[in-house]
Design a protein around this ligand. Structure first.
Ligand code: BTN
Length: 226
């Protein structure tokens, strides 16, 4: 795949790098990158907000004109590898360190228009979280000066990861699976997480001995603490 991150549009403040990238996507070359020091309306999966104090997080969105089948999982592996060996992936693509979410990924694709926007937020140097996130969010504990170096590392990982064979992505993802063997609940049931299948669906062992497969788009997940 061609170089990611060129051209790059960096904004001091914007509503959402993904909204900016989507507005440009139809005319943009593969790899166009939008970054910002601050977002006023950053958003994540399932309508959640994404916030970070100015300059303390990596806020980026990439326009892709071709992308692998399991883009959400491939992106999660690339981000986890940029974070380090301690990073785990909570299906489908939350990046955790010590059980706290340090990065989030939002894929928005319009296949019929020939583009996908890969939005990534990483708490590289965030020092304080709003009260409602204090128990679940985490930071890499870096400084604002580390954000650019993290971005460079991540772009390299994404270039390799998005071009990798599907089975490599799945194998790398499984090695970092944060939910494996844990009790989970979702909007329609509960069970024990049992890895992902080759289509990236979460497998869940149910109490009746059967296994079900969950699609990321349909499911609001929770873990059951024991
Ligand atoms: C999630 O955890 O639900 C995904 C969060 C994705 C946040 C990033 S920050 C950069 C880009 N712009 C956005 O508005 N969202 C993504």
């Amino acid at each position: 795949m061609k170089r990611l991150g060129t051209p790059r549009l960096h904004l001091r403040v914007t509503d959402s790098t993904s909204e900016r990238a989507k507005a440009l996507a139809a005319q943009a070359p593969h790899g166009l990158l939008v970054t910002a020091a601050e977002q006023t309306a950053g958003h994540g999966r399932q309508g959640r907000a994404w916030t970070a104090p100015a300059g303390e997080g990596l806020l980026m969105s990439l326009v892709l004109r071709d992308w692998p089948e399991l883009l959400p999982l491939a992106a999660a592996v690339a981000v986890a590898e940029a974070v380090g060996p301690e990073a785990r992936i909570k299906w489908p693509n939350d990046i955790l360190v010590a059980e706290r979410k340090v990065a989030g990924i939002l894929v928005e694709a319009r296949s019929h228009e020939g583009w996908a926007v890969l939005g990534i937020g990483v708490n590289v140097a965030v020092r304080e979280f709003p009260a409602e996130l204090r128990d679940i969010a985490g930071s890499l504990g870096g400084t604002p000066a580390d954000v650019e170096a993290f971005l460079a590392r991540l772009l390299g990982n994404l270039e390799a990861g998005l071009a990798a064979p599907l089975e490599h992505t799945i194998t790398a993802w499984r090695r970092r699976d944060a939910l494996q063997g844990r009790s989970i609940s979702w909007n329609a049931g509960e069970g024990v997480a049992a890895g992902v299948d080759d289509e990236g669906r979460l497998l869940v062992a149910l109490s009746d001995g059967t296994t079900t497969a969950l699609n990321a788009g349909e499911v609001h997940l929770g873990t059951i603490e024991s």
